[in-house]
Design a binder for this molecule. Structure first.
Ligand code: HEM
Length: 501
């Protein structure tokens, strides 16, 4: 076990490489093996698009993608101009030539995908959100084989980059199914008007500033390393004789197999459309004034529009709070009087607040086994360019063109079932989360469970709680899928697999 934690692959920086560009070395992980998106969100590359492709001829696709491999972005360097990452669906792996024997070593969740009968119950994708209505990734839309995530310093550079990729692939019987645009919003906000992307799991091995927070084990985010149980998450281990070119690392647990998963991980993609006017109209009606609507919305999120957490400033927004992630719930807000028990951030990351020993390290460790590294980007024009909810509410009575906008939610996790699906199903969709009754996550929770409505939002207060009911949904699922984001070696293996079989 110890051998595995401290990988053998370290390398030395040459003198021209500065610390700000590179992570610290020697490092237990070989960053040249890991796709860049795992380590950074490419915040310096504001333009991004996500292209979904299908393969018509494996042989030709292999050739073109092998050339593309040299252009993919790995984690050792912060790209200044552009970045490209590539992720596969299960169908894609089979189509490019990975044998079923090998592909079936991947996790059940990845193999079954997001749109099965079982998954729609787990994820709450029912009625209007059912995969039949999706624009992509559904049972009746073209099957997706791989995803190219492209980033550039501006829109013109992005268009040029994406066009060049499409041209490189076009002659190789690879067809674009669709390309999703993105739009970074002012002040790093999401469309409802709240700052996003503040809280992320702290991975010591990826830290550039030598910070000292409680780390989340690397194996929660990457395959091939010990996870939160000090075990190895299930990953594709394959017989050594199938690794013809000898390019995969050995199983760190010492079995005679090769680890196709190591330094790779799973990427979850959900296109979530946000109905901004409906959100603020409902809140204004319920709260009675614009100020109160902002307070109510902030209670639902668990943070004020500036990102300041409710537990730090329960009465009004305080944009001057600098460290917006330095808080827990148990000591400061056990009852949920500051940040309601059912708020979006309290459900999706309960920190130290869960039983059986709230406030303890055990409780934090429990929560840390369900963390998500979020890498999503918004899409569509803002409802108002200031992103200020006050301005939003002034527009509610005016006729507005209906605009499609939302979040391309992307998260990275080593175990889709225990991380993304658990968070969505057991925390966000659960009407009884933390002792509540009929309360889903107000932002992303399903509004019905087994045919029964669950549409309350409760604010714990003394002497009596307050509650709103018949809360409509403000977010709708437009598409989604599960992808494998391979390491550099695994990518090479995948692209050579069909050649040898
Ligand atoms: C349109 C959909 C969504 C919106 C508008 C939204 C909005 C937000 C906002 C405003 C925050 C606070 C900023 C921060 O803490 O970084 C946040 C945090 C978070 N969200 Fe979402 N979110 C959405 C979808 C999701 C989904 C689908 C999941 C997972 C199933 C999720 C999981 C999280 C997590 C884990 C956090 C961080 C909580 C923490 O560590 O304290 N979100 N979200």
């Amino acid at each position: 076990m110890k051998d595995a934690v401290i990988g053998k692959m370290t390398y030395t920086l040459d003198a021209s490489q500065t610390d700000s560009q590179f992570l610290s070395y020697p490092n237990p992980v070989d960053l040249r093996e890991i796709q860049g998106l795992v380590v950074r969100g490419y915040g310096n590359l504001p333009a991004a698009c996500f292209g979904f492709f299908t393969i018509n001829s494996a042989a030709k696709a292999r050739k073109a993608l092998s050339k593309l491999q040299a252009r993919l972005t790995y984690a050792e360097e912060r790209p200044a101009l552009e970045a490209i990452n590539l992720a596969w669906t299960y169908q894609g792996l089979i189509k490019i030539g990975v044998s079923k024997e090998v592909a079936d070593e991947f996790s059940n969740e990845f193999r079954s995908g997001m749109n099965t009968e079982h998954k729609r119950r787990i994820l709450g994708d029912e009625q209007q959100n059912a995969p039949e209505h999706w624009h992509w990734g559904g049972p009746d839309t073209p099957s997706i084989d791989f995803l190219l995530l492209c980033y550039a310093k501006d829109q013109a550079a992005l268009e040029q980059l994406y066009q060049s990729l499409k041209e490189a692939l076009a002659s190789s019987a690879v067809e674009e199914i669709l390309c999703l645009d993105t739009q970074l919003l002012p002040e790093a906000k999401e469309h409802f008007g709240f700052r996003d992307g503040i809280a992320q799991p702290f991975i010591k091995e990826f830290d550039r500033q030598g910070r000292n927070f409680t780390p989340v084990p690397l194996g929660e985010i990457l395959l091939g390393y010990p996870n939160g149980y000090d075990r190895y998450t299930q990953r594709p281990l394959i017989p050594a004789e199938l690794d013809f070119s000898n390019q995969l690392p050995p199983d760190p647990e010492g079995s005679p197999t090769r680890d196709l998963g190591k330094n790779g991980t799973y990427l979850v993609f959900r296109q979530m459309s946000q109905d901004v006017p409906a959100f603020w109209r409902y809140l204004k009606e319920q709260a009675g004034s614009e100020e109160k609507a902002i307070r109510l919305a902030s209670k639902m999120v668990g943070r004020w529009p500036s990102g300041t957490p409710m537990v730090m400033s329960p009465e009004q927004d305080d944009p001057s709070v600098t460290d917006k992630d330095a808080f827990a719930y148990h000591d400061t807000d056990q009852q949920g009087f500051k940040c309601p028990l059912g708020a979006h951030i309290r459900r999706t990351h309960p920190r130290d607040s869960l039983q059986p020993e709230p406030g303890s390290e055990k409780s934090v460790a429990f929560s840390n086994r369900h963390r998500l590294l979020r890498r999503g980007r918004p899409y569509g024009d803002p409802f108002h360019p200031t992103m200020d909810p006050m301005e939003y509410m002034k527009l509610l009575d005016q006729d507005q063109p209906s605009t499609e906008r939302g979040l391309h939610f992307i998260c990275i996790n080593a175990n889709i079932g225990r991380q993304f699906e658990f968070v969505q199903h057991t925390w966000a969709n659960n009407p009884n989360f933390n002792g509540l009754y009929q309360d889903p996550d107000p932002i992303i929770g399903s509004r019905s469970s087994y045919g029964l409505p669950q549409n309350h939002f409760t604010q714990q207060q003394s002497p009596v709680r307050s509650q709103i009911r018949e809360m409509p949904e403000f977010v709708r699922i437009k598409g989604g899928g599960y992808f494998f984001l391979p390491s550099r070696s695994a990518q090479a293996f995948i692209l050579s697999a069909g050649v040898n079989t």
